[in-house]
Design a protein around this ligand. Sequence first.
Ligand code: ATP
Ligand code: ZN
Length: 286
Amino acid sequence: MKTKLKLAIQKSGRLTEKSLQLLSECGISISNGSRSLIASAQSFPLEVLFLRDDDIPEYVENGVADIGILGQNVVLEKEKSVQEIRQLGFAKCRLSLAVRRENNYTNISDLNGKKIATTYPKILAQYLAENGVNAEIETISGSVEIAPSIGLADAVCDIVSTGSTLLMNGLKEVEKVISSEAVLIANDSLSQEKQELLNRLLFRIDAVKTAKNNKYILLNAPNDKLEILSNLLPGMDSPTIMPLAKEGWSSLHSVVPENQFWEIIDELKANGAQGILVTPIEKMIV
Ligand code: ATP
Ligand code: ZN
């Protein structure tokens, strides 16, 4: 039988949709009408295992799965021997400490002697040790945010994205413990055959990620402005310049990184660019 790469993703939760979407953007579709435990990909030698995210590090460590997609928070907490090979840019959140809103918290030493509820005892213990805080950790499996109001703990260490859950439960965020996003992890000792499949998959993932981080830009400018405008555009290489029907004018095409986008647009306008068009890029191979 032909070797297949086994990828573990979350069975049902925040990561499921985005993980399948990433595969789809890589040209890999999964036939999994009934959401069985295992599904095969159509156009790539890949098998997808649907698991609880908490179980993924262990299964990747022991080789039940070769690779997995899950939050860094879970990877750190499980302390399994796996490699983090790519950050995937979705499910961005942070693990934070929060106390009751009326608490006049000043700094981390206020937590000395307090009880903190969390589902991340290992990450929290390490953070407290690094900060010289001696607190009691109460490990609970869910609904951490209600612990202070039912008198189970003085503080919580929980996942935060917008902070609205904390607010609803009368809590305020006081310290960020870690930042997290979805990552791709891999088994430490993949066979050469599987490593080659993984490299093919990574090539596609990188093309999708690079494309998302860049925009394609087209603009018109008088020829005497072309040099200065070209210098403003980092591009993949050098920009493409084409003459317009209008005498003395050209069209200039390039690629702009998302994170410098507005800055560059302002500079372009200030230096004579007109009719600026910006479009998303679907795939980008560098
Ligand atoms: P499971 O039943 O598989 O154990 P779960 O309840 O542990 O699921 P989810 O709530 O689906 O997990 O979250 C999965 C991951 O998504 C978390 O481990 C975290 O990395 C990330 N995450 C959690 N909450 C948020 C949020 N509010 N915004 C963005 N990302 C989040
Ligand atoms: Zn979980």
